[in-house]
Structures are given as structure tokens and as C-alpha cells.
Design a protein around this ligand. Sequence first.
Ligand SMILES: [Zn+2]
Length: 305
Amino acid sequence: MQTADPADPAATDQASAPVLGVVVDVLERLWPTADAAEWDRVGLVTGDLDQPVRRVLFALDPTLAVIEEAAAWGADLLVTHHPLLLRGVHSVATTSAKGASVTALVRARCALYVAHTNADVADPGVSTVIADALGLTAQRPLTAIGSCGAGRVGELAGPMSLGDFADLLVETLPATAGGVRVSGPGAATVRRVAVMGGSGDDQFDAARASGADVYITADLRHHPVLEAREEARDGTPYVIDAGHWAMESLWLATGLEQLLASLGERPTSRPAATRVEGRLSGLRTEPWTFVAGANRARPESGGVS
Ligand SMILES: [Zn+2]
């Protein structure tokens, strides 16, 4: 690396920007890769450990549009929650979307780093951010996965109807075309809430064992939900599918804030804000675009009011 000329502000900026290797160390302290699920693929995907990092973009998904956004802004690092390469690939040619994504990242000299299930189980992490946004108190982990536990259980400030709680959830999360889907009577009273960001259809037993009145997660299918409701004999926990993108994108601002704060703690002669600039993606990677026919079969009595 060349020695920076202190008389040249641009050169000084370059000299004081942390290199990717330093930023990766910080990322791994925030969200240890050892906390990721065995099937997961987290950590650094593309990039040169010696490249300076001045601009970091946070996004939920490394789609081609998000990579284009990162490149257009001149980002040196893109941090996403979801992995780009979860399954094995034998080519990164532009003939596939995955290959085109890797090629675009390399061409733009933009590194990609993934913090997925290791960010799910962190505190603060994907589920704690949702629990905090809902104002849940007396929070505890829903399950014992990871060093901090996965998911969150907590209490609302006071009891409210399931219908009002669904409205609160809609106001708390980023807007989506589909809103939230509720399984349970709108007039029922809820106070204890269990949350699992992302796809939590394997945690119905934990939600029931926690004594939660309502369980919020996403990507729910017919059989798991019906069976969970059968196990609960139509009682609690009621179930809400709040949408994968909406639930998890709430975490991005916290993740970015944590990274910038951690980088700022490093000894430097210049304020952290001038060394590394952070930004949240302005793109919505929610794949659903509209809903038709919602509520046509809404129950006349006991429905969400
Ligand atoms: Zn997810």
C-alpha cells in the first residue's frame, strides 16, 4: 500500500478508512459466525481483505437490483441478512442470476458480507428488534438456540384484543402489499407475545410452552398452522404471519448502527463519520406485489374487527 500524502485530503481519507479485514473482524464480533445454524452460509462472500471500506450499504437480500444500488452509490461493502450462495454453485458466469450477482459485485469492487442466523440469535438481533418495537417487557428467549437464544417472548403493557394487536403490528412493521394474516378470533384478548423473525414454523411447540397468547412469525403454510391450531384446541397461542421481509427488514437500521458504532470505537485521529459512511438500501425486496380478494370469506362473527 502507498503512503498517503497528509497534504492531500483525499489521500488522508483513504489512509484512515479501515480495510475490509478490519471491518470483517468487527462484523464477526457483533454476529459470531459460530452462532449460525449448521446449514447456513454466513460471513464474507466476495471482496479483498486489503480493500478500504468507506461506504457500507445494508440490505435484507443481495438481489441484482440491490447490488446495482450498491455499485451506483460506490459502496465498498454490502452487508445483507440473507445469503447469496446458500447452495453449491459450479459457475459464477452471468448466465445465472447468482453468477451475474457475483460478477457484478466483483466488477464494482464491492464486497458482500452475510449475517443471517447468527444475527437472528443475537441480542440485539432480528427478533429482539421486533419485540422492542412492539414495546414488549420482561423479554426472554423463546428457545435455547445460539448463545443468546432465538426468538423472543414478552408482555404487552396491557391486554388488548387480537384485532387491535394485529393493527399495532401493521403500524410497527414496514408496509407491505399483503399486510399480516391472523389465525384466531379478533375479539380474543392477548397480552403475552412470542416472536420469531423469518420462518418460524418449527417453533410452534416452544411458542405454546412459553404460554404466549399470540405467536408472530412468517412464511407459514397450511399444514403447520392448522396443526398448531389443532394442538392449541383453537385456543392460545393464536398465530400471525407478519411477512418475512417486513419482519426482518426492521433489524437493518440496528445492525448498521451497531457496525458504525463499533468501528467508531477504534482509535482514529478523525471522526468515525468521515471514515465510514453507512446507508440502508432504499429498495424493497419483498417479492409479493399485490393481493386480490382478501377478506372475501372473512367470518361474520369473531373475525378481526
Ligand atoms: Zn429471513
